[in-house]
Design a protein around this ligand. Structure first.
Ligand code: TNX
Length: 494
């Protein structure tokens, strides 16, 4: 029962049993990955084999135009396993498929005795429908512990999701350690109290909260994810959603005489960065440290929900807008975006941003994350941009899955599993599920909201839209056995 569903699979008679004699012939990182995936539960050492042969798990690179960057072929016969791909990424997904072919206890984190580690004979050809299959985790509203980020990467890889979008900064907390501006995390990483705004959830109301990740910690996470085929995209949300930064460095704001607190309420803060040259310098410095830590080509610069009220009231912003010949101060957002995208381009990176930036003619080559409904996907495409489909109507997993009385408190609307599975993104770069964390103060709650809906989106991203929900649901019920072994706090099927 593979999930996501492979492009083609044929079962045949027989099986290949893993044993202490089984060896691995694969590029070094893939061999390491196979051991990381298989050895903890099976206890099998899976040493290197110098060449393919009987009793060997052979993973090899070979040109194959049908497979693209991430596709693979996998063949299990009674004498061994052969996987082929045109690039290492494909071999990594083949390793995940191999693991799914084994009994569920393979997902345990310690040796399970008495299991027959038998791979059924199959022939699989598997190529993803979409190149971008992402998951946003908001660690700004709640700074989820580092070990959870590792676990989350494992869960993404298990579903052949290839991108972790880390939302690192927001009004209520700054989580990325910047060497040149230590107060961003020292002051901007801590808030006096935490809102949940609802008596139904007693865990967070009124409680102080803080935390951040060091550059070293994030680099190690990036390496761990890379071995598993997961790229980590950082987001520094600019120039709105920046109250935590302004709390740390008031000179970044529009009223430097006032010391703002780190945000303690949810919703859109009216406080945004000012348009001074020194603020542009600050942002460039921050982005330089970001690109230093995260090797992924894409850097997300936010750009969502930027109220222009403070700019409208600021003589300095008005002057800036006039100098630039802008019709309205709100157009300063376009000017901001241009600076950020130019700077990233000079560093050899591509800018990604929320769809609001479309309203002010972003630079060509900027990747649009369409969140405000499906028409924003079209708007991005029609403007000639690469689009990641992330509409709240189908991909906001911070929304409740049901509206029943037992459902924990959640933001906004209701997004049932079947609607996620029915998502048809059209011709875009890919899809992404969002876990904004206002109402996800604990990792248990994150898992409850993420699963099983993220599994449904993973299948849309890998296998394409238009799958049969009834068939998927049956496979999902079996797949949940894997998540049970991993101790995932998913929301059970109704
Ligand atoms: C809107 S989606 C936001 C986030 C919130 C989210 C809650 C987007 C780009 N901005 O700041 O967390 O709604 O669903």
């Amino acid at each position: 029962m593979l999930l996501p569903r492979p492009t083609r699979m044929r079962r045949s008679e027989g099986a290949f049993p893993l044993s202490p004699a089984t060896r691995v012939h694969a590029p070094e990182p893939v061999a390491r990955l196979l051991r990381a995936l298989l050895t903890p539960a099976t206890g099998l050492p899976l040493p290197d084999a110098p060449a393919p042969g009987d009793g060997v798990l052979t993973f090899r690179l070979a040109a194959d135009p049908e497979l693209g960057e991430e596709g693979y072929r996998l063949r299990v016969t009674p004498t061994g396993v052969v996987a082929g791909a045109a690039a290492e990424a494909g071999l990594r997904w083949a390793a995940q498929t191999l693991r799914q072919l084994l009994p569920d206890p393979v997902y345990a984190d310690r040796v399970v005795r008495g299991v027959d580690w038998r791979l059924p004979c199959v022939e699989v050809t598997d190529v993803p429908a979409y190149a971008w299959r992402g998951s946003l985790l908001d660690v700004a509203r709640w700074c989820h512990p580092l070990p959870f980020l590792y676990r989350y990467v494992d869960l993404l890889a298990l579903h052949k999701l290839n991108t972790l979008h880390l939302h690192l900064t927001d009004d209520q907390g700054w989580r990325f350690d910047v060497r040149r501006y230590p107060l961003l995390t020292e002051l901007g990483g801590v808030r006096r109290e935490s809102p949940l705004g609802h008596a139904r959830d007693e865990r967070a109301d009124g409680v102080p909260h803080g935390g951040f990740y060091t550059q070293r910690e994030l680099r190690d996470l990036v390496d761990y994810a890379a071995l598993r085929g997961v790229r980590v995209m950082p987001e520094i949300d600019l120039p709105g959603h920046t109250q935590a930064a302004i709390a740390a460095y008031p000179e970044l704001g529009n009223d430097p005489g006032t010391r703002l607190p780190v945000g303690t309420t949810w919703g859109i803060s009216t406080h945004v960065l000012n348009v001074a040259d020194a603020t542009l310098d600050f942002v460039r410095d921050v982005l330089d440290e970001v690109v230093d830590v995260f090797p992924f080509e894409y850097v997300h610069i936010g750009g969502d929900e930027v109220p222009s009220r403070e700019w409208a009231a600021s003589p300095h912003a008005q002057r800036r807008a006039a100098q630039l010949g802008l019709a309205r101060v709100a157009d300063l957002q376009g000017w901001w975006t241009a600076h950020l995208t130019d700077h990233l381009a000079r560093r050899g990176r591509r800018a990604a941003a929320w769809d609001e930036i479309l309203d002010r003619r972003p630079a060509e080559g900027t990747t649009i994350f369409a969140w405000r409904g499906e028409d924003r996907i079209l708007a991005g495409r029609h403007a000639g941009h690469e689009v990641v489909a992330a509409p709240y109507t189908h991909t906001y997993f911070d929304w409740a899955e049901h509206d029943g009385p037992d459902e924990p408190l959640a933001i906004a609307g209701v997004l049932p599993l079947e609607r996620v599975y029915g998502f048809a993104p059209g011709p875009v770069l890919g899809v992404q599920g969002q876990l904004w964390s206002e109402y996800l103060p604990t990792t248990d709650r994150v898992e409850w909201r993420a699963f099983p809906r993220l599994a449904a989106l993973a299948e849309v991203g890998w296998s394409g839209a238009g799958g049969d929900f009834g068939e998927f649901r049956g496979r999902l019920a079996a797949h949940l056995g894997r998540l049970d072994r991993l101790g995932v706090n998913y929301r059970p099927l109704d």
